[in-house]
Design a protein around this ligand. Sequence first.
Ligand SMILES: NC(=O)c1ccc[n+]([C@@H]2O[C@H](COP(=O)([O-])OP(=O)(O)OC[C@H]3O[C@@H](n4cnc5c(N)ncnc54)[C@H](OP(=O)(O)O)[C@@H]3O)[C@@H](O)[C@H]2O)c1
Length: 435
Amino acid sequence: MEQQKEIRLGLLGMGTVGTGVVSLLHRNGELMQKRAGCTITVEKILVRDTSHPREIAYPADKFTSNPEDIIDHPEIDLVVELMGGIEPARQYMERALKAGKGVITANKDVIATHGEELLKLARENRCNIWFEGSVGGGIPLLRPLKNCLAANRVEKFLGIVNGTTNYILTRMEWEGISFEDALRDAQDLGFAESDPTNDVDGWDAAYKVVILGGLSFGTFVSMENIYMQGIRGISFRDLQYARELGYTIKLVAVGDTVEGRVSLRVHPVLLPLGHPLAAVYHEYNALFLEGDAVGEVMFYGKGAGAFPTASAVVGDVIEAACGKVHQIDSSTMDIQLSPRPVLPMGEMVSSFYLRLQAYDRPGVFAALASTFGEHQVSLDMIIQKRSDEGTAEIVLITHRVKEDNFWAALDKISGLPDISKVFSVFRVIQGGSQR
Ligand SMILES: NC(=O)c1ccc[n+]([C@@H]2O[C@H](COP(=O)([O-])OP(=O)(O)OC[C@H]3O[C@@H](n4cnc5c(N)ncnc54)[C@H](OP(=O)(O)O)[C@@H]3O)[C@@H](O)[C@H]2O)c1
């Protein structure tokens, strides 16, 4: 059979990442041709508004607002979905796979919520779906997890997978500015959306933790089983106290397995300053994991942006093109999934940081210790940080405790006559332990 000389792409979307993909295909076209063994050309681009001026000058007939012009185009080999959101992106990917076209996407929302059915559909139609850009932007994460670490049993991972929140926390910690000011700067610099909910409340990281869980543990956990706590409740004072105690605060995506049950969650943690992830600042992302053969591994780099994400997307395009040209049945991202029980959050064992305000009078520490004791929560450390007009600010860290016990104790503590306010509660990763 004659080798295919040209692979034609149909792009669904040409916004931030789509523009990066098209620029990169131009910039490194010759190199890619050598690597893929064929030329890679863009045949058609779907956008909402075809009259909108674009950063890259392309003939007007390349653009369309009709998805059929791509999905049903007989000469388009691969569909690159870079629209974002769940619908209609999911539906277009489904139709492309049914038409036997390979699909490349950076869409974490769709992969986290419909990845399992799309992978199945790809298998049934003898094609494939690639999604390296959906987690960690330009950092090679998913392929290494799926392929290079395939010999390992991965029992846990811990990642900083949202650049916006990491940028905000870095600015707050280093410059002592408020969450609101750091968020405004992130929006001005284009790191945060005008509606920041997806990032600051943990949704973006939750989609990513689902995908990482799929590759690490071979099971897809649905979004309603992902525990989420965002960063709105973190203040400069928490960051300051954390540092005094030898910690920094990061929003992390965590996955682990406990006696066969899977736990995936997103929440801030106090991370010991010596932990490899503690040195990940600004918009950078990183994933830290432990394999039973390889030991500790860390991946680090830019988790978003036009070119870092295009790097992952075009990498997928080259692999897909190579597979077509050499007629290799590539199953790179085809994960074998099976259901696994989920560990309820209340049964997790965690260590907690708590900052509260109490009336400055004798017996407060004793009341706290005794209420915690009644719920089998033991304290690692308790200190009074400041006092102010009859009130005192108290910071404490617990030993590792069943979550249900901690929350029941906190409920009782909030109602104690000595306690005037609970400011913040975060989990703590103790030195030498990932959890
Ligand atoms: N931005 C990043 O740094 C980054 C990083 C990792 C992953 N991702 C993922 O990559 C994907 C694309 O993100 P992005 O930031 O490039 O998005 P974006 O800038 O908002 O671009 C979206 C593009 O899709 C088109 N589009 C959207 N809905 C459409 C519809 N219903 N019909 C036709 N065209 C439609 C838009 O057309 P118009 O141009 O006409 O509006 C635009 O060209 C998302 O899944 C995102 O999660 C992004």
